[in-house]
Design a protein around this ligand. Structure first.
Ligand code: FNR
Length: 381
């Protein structure tokens, strides 16, 4: 029976080839940071208030002038097409139906225009990796033209984290079949048949647009798939020149960086350690959240992701200062198990759990949640 996100996680192992499963589940180095995300969330206490009228519980939030049905969005994850063909389109549609935003990764294997067309009325955010400035400018311009509502610059990947499961499985981009991967595919005929007509996955949005194949330096950057490590705070003016809408930084954990973001006119922060896939020594996202929220002091919205697996986890993050949270792996489990319906089922589980938890806490709106935190289980700086 698929009652909760953990049930979906376990089922994922049976339906995906090992290399895809491990790519999703993997973390950096020894997985300390990923485990901290879950462990620290489990240590948060929220104390109920009783005898409140909870016949109506409102989970909605307003973010950048748009109403979200839940304080929840889908985080950007690359290569979703490995989980299901056109995975991004299916996730965007599931998010659209649930009335919440979907974030598309730069490392998607679908073109951003095709994903947007799947849920034209929905809320979609574009995540940006800067590998090459010219390439990034093209993505930003295309996202602007196509009606993406916010731009999310991910700042915790100057280099990719050390994902040893991927190394052991021989999984890397550009995708090159190895005997080990071939065996993996043969042992998952259903998955392989579904994928076969599509060919090897690639980063669809990084192919230079327009005439010609882009500059030589752009081609070199694409081939190396390396980040532009010269990106600094001053570079944000370059992005701001191209993008007038909400500009967010994803991967901020230090309160001083939160202050720097305010100084540089950033519109929102996503407190995140990339689901434990980058720096294994990073604090859990939930423990960094109150420090960042204090530094920002309500001037811009603060979001959080990492380890959210229950509606109760959403309530905890909101109680500690998040306006909303994002999930990465949970909706990928849903996508793996049941395509768009599977992702929708995962979102419904989280929504139902959140309503139940808010009811139990005597909180009829998300604004009531901070007052349910009495025990200072995590120290705010
Ligand atoms: C990610 N994440 C990520 N983040 C980003 O900004 N761009 C990306 O392309 C990716 N790719 C990616 C792939 C996979 C398979 C995972 C699991 C994660 C990080 C993601 O946006 C988010 O920060 C974490 O997934 C949140 O943690 P949970 O919800 O997975 O615990």
């Amino acid at each position: 029976m698929l009652l909760n996100i953990e049930d979906y996680r376990r089922r994922t192992r049976a339906v995906l080839p090992r290399f895809v499963h491990d790519y999703i589940e993997g973390s950096a180095d020894d997985g300390h940071c990923m485990r901290r995300n879950a462990g620290d969330l489990s240590g948060i206490e929220l104390t109920p208030r009783v005898l409140r009228d909870t016949t109506r519980v409102d989970t909605s939030v307003e973010v950048f002038g748009r109403k979200w049905a839940l304080p929840l969005g889908i985080a950007p994850t690359g290569l979703n097409g490995l989980v299901r063909p056109e995975g991004d389109r299916l996730l965007a549609a599931a998010a659209g139906e649930a009335g919440i935003p979907f974030s598309l990764s730069t490392a998607s294997n679908m073109r951003l225009e095709d994903v947007r067309a799947a849920a034209p009325g929905g809320m979609q955010w574009m995540q940006l990796y800067v590998m090459h400035r010219e390439m990034a400018s093209q993505i930003v311009e295309r996202a602007r033209k196509d009606g993406y509502q916010a731009l999310v610059l991910t700042v915790d990947v100057p280099v990719s984290g050390n994902r040893e499961l991927d190394l052991r499985n021989g999984f890397r981009m550009p995708f090159r079949p190895t005997p080990r991967l071939a065996w993996d595919l043969v042992s998952h005929p259903r998955w392989s048949l579904r994928m076969a007509p599509r060919g090897a996955p690639d980063f669809a949005n990084l192919t230079p647009s327009g005439s010609g194949a882009g500059s030589t330096s752009m081609q070199a950057a694409l081939l190396a798939r390396a980040m532009d490590q010269s990106l600094v705070w001053e570079s944000l003016a370059w992005l701001r020149g191209m993008w007038k809408g909400p500009l967010l930084l994803k991967g901020v954990l230090h309160p001083d960086d939160a202050r720097m973001a305010l100084d540089h006119g950033i519109d929102g922060l996503i407190v995140s350690n990339h689901g434990g896939r980058q720096n294994d020594a990073s604090p859990s996202a939930i423990s960094a959240l109150p420090r960042v929220a204090n530094a920002v002091a309500g001037r811009i919205p603060v979001f959080m992701d990492g380890g959210i697996r229950r509606g109760g986890d959403i309530a905890k993050a909101l109680a500690l200062g998040a306006m909303a949270v994002f999930v990465g792996r949970p909706t990928l489990y849903g996508l793996a198990v049941g395509g768009q319906q599977g992702a929708a089922a995962v979102l419904k589980i989280l929504a139902d759990e959140l309503v139940r938890n808010m009811t139990l806490l005597g909180a009829t709106t998300v604004r009531d949640l901070p007052a349910r935190r009495l025990a200072a289980t995590l120290q705010a700086a």
